[in-house]
Design a protein around this ligand. Structure first.
Ligand code: NDP
Ligand SMILES: O=C(O)C1=N[C@H](C(=O)O)C[C@H](O)C1
Length: 252
């Protein structure tokens, strides 16, 4: 039997970037998807709607992603977003745009790597059992934001799990500190950001309690690692109106 469904028409925003190029290749290679628009800095967003895009994939920059999203939701086009920089306030704004467009779906995922999603789930599970936890994230030096979206999301999950378990502040006697030496603090969790040539995207979550430590580590060694997650989201988003956060909901 042949599958006679029409391919999903996909537009990529940030199409000439590191992730955008990889997404264009992956969409192009998929029989059930059709790459209809490649939009980058300076291009007209209406190229995507004129080409009949049903789903947009955004891997741009934190300073332009909100305008892109607002425009897409207004046009009634569902969006898969990998771009980092989403605060709770930004998410509330997206929810409010979507409330006027009940048929439109937006999925925002801090990380599309399956291993990264599992790393965050495992870290959330371990959080209640350890006195101390710190996050060390490592990325390529062309990354614009620090800490990474993945690290911020992991810290939020850990902070929530610790609060639910009734854990207080972590032991830390630091009295004298050169600014930045103890990292950034998100939800009570310290994050240390390393940027070095040769890296892609890596994260360690280091837990400690009396007499033992536990390290959970994930490495994206190639941007191809994000593509199965991105394509799953592209194939699913039109049937998930409203805002979906993270890939977890699609995997389960
Ligand atoms: N969720 C996930 O799994 C992952 C998320 N990311 C995130 O994705 C984002 C992109 O990462 P990466 O590909 O490495 O970054 P790049 O800088 O390589 O790509 C961003 C691209 O967006 C372009 N751009 C800028 N403004 C616009 C605009 N208004 N409309 C369309 N395109 C625009 C840039 O053009 P120009 O260079 O000319 O400014 C560039 O080509 C980052 O926020 C990163 O953290 C990355 C990897 C995985
Ligand atoms: O900029 C990147 O490269 C990445 N950005 C995302 C983040 O900020 O967490 C996801 C992944 O870490 C790669």
């Amino acid at each position: 039997m042949t599958d006679e469904r029409e391919p999903i028409r996909v537009g990529v925003l940030g199409a000439r970037g590191r992730m955008g190029l990889e997404v264009c290749k992956a969409v192009d290679a998929a029989d059930d998807l059709e790459l209809v628009a490649m939009v980058d800095q300076g291009d007209w967003l209406f190229n995507a709607s004129d080409a009949g895009a049903q789903v947009l994939v955004d891997f741009t920059t934190p300073d332009v992603v909100m305008d892109n999203l607002h425009w897409a939701v207004d046009q009634g086009i569902s969006v898969v977003v990998g771009t980092s920089g989403f605060t709770n306030q930004r998410l509330d704004r997206v929810r409010s745009w979507l409330s006027h467009k009940p048929g439109v779906g937006v999925l925002i995922a801090p990380n599309f790597g399956l291993g990264a999603v599992l790393m965050m789930q495992f870290a959330a599970r371990a959080a209640r059992y350890f006195e101390s936890v710190e996050i060390i994230e490592q990325h390529h030096p062309r990354k614009l934001d620090a800490p990474s979206g993945t690290a911020v999301h992991t810290a939020k999950l850990i902070g929530a799990a610790r609060a639910e378990a009734g854990l207080g502040a972590m032991p830390d006697a630091t009295k004298e500190e050169t600014s930045g030496a103890r990292g950034a603090e998100i939800e009570g969790v310290r994050i240390h950001s390393i940027r070095a040539a040769g890296l892609v995207a890596h994260q360690e979550v280091l837990f400690g309690t009396k007499g033992e430590t536990l390290t959970i580590r994930h490495d994206s060694l190639d941007r191809a690692s994000f593509m199965p997650g991105v394509l799953l989201a592209v194939r699913t988003i039109q049937s998930r109106p409203g805002l979906t956060l993270g890939l977890d909901a699609l995997l389960d």
